[in-house]
Design a protein. Structure first.
Length: 207
């Protein structure tokens, strides 16, 4: 596939599962990116969640991809790295959750269909907790969101796309208002009402 035929110059994508603590890093990072940086005509921002194969069209329509995700960097929790080129193997070969397998499959499928991005980079972070059901990001990961945005901005600038601090509220939010980090954290039920390791009713049925 000729990259010049792609409709999106840069897809800035966050993937992950908000329900499992630091698994939500990618989604929270793209949420913060939209709030922090002004709109850019060449960038398409997307909350990819756990869509997996449903992202194939968006991926193949992009000339360049900048991805936010958590990754096993074999480092201390909260360690942040920008991966590109051969370093991408660190992200793609250290599965820490089901959604990563899905995204790898998307990229593999796209490659089989002849797609090769002009550039592909991952802003990756070492998670601290992945098994707290209904939790938000741990403090060690949440504290790195500003640094993750700075890494992303630097990479975009290297590609020729400078982003500026946002001056006005975004016209369209990437997610439902009930899923924004403020409401998600402030309205979380108690541990008694919402068990942290899954639905108690489901566990009882499977004893």
């Amino acid at each position: 596939m000729n990259n010049s035929s792609c409709g999106t110059e840069v897809l800035v994508l966050g993937i992950g599962n908000l329900l499992w603590a630091d698994e939500g890093f990618g989604v929270r990072a793209i949420e913060a990116f939209q709030h922090h940086f002004d709109d850019h005509p060449s960038l398409r921002l997307m909350d990819g969640g756990t869509l997996g194969h449903y992202l194939i069209n968006e991926v193949m329509d992009a000339k360049r991809i900048l991805l936010f995700d958590c990754c096993d960097l074999k480092s201390e929790p909260g360690t942040l790295r920008l991966l590109r080129d051969d370093e991408i193997k660190i992200w793609s070969s250290t599965k820490i959750s089901a959604h990563q397998t899905g995204m790898n499959d998307v990229l593999a499928t796209a490659a089989i269909m002849g797609y090769e991005p002009a550039a592909f980079s991952v802003v990756a972070i070492q998670p601290q907790e992945l098994n707290d059901y209904g939790a938000s990001l741990t403090e060690s990961v949440k504290a790195q969101i500003p640094a993750a945005l700075e890494l992303a901005a630097q990479e975009l600038s290297r590609w020729g796309y400078d982003v500026k601090p946002r001056q006005h509220t975004a016209d369209n939010e990437l997610m439902l208002s009930t899923l924004t980090i403020e409401r998600y954290e402030n309205e979380r039920p108690s541990a008694e009402d919402a068990p942290r390791d899954g639905d108690a009713r489901y566990r009882l049925r499977n004893l």
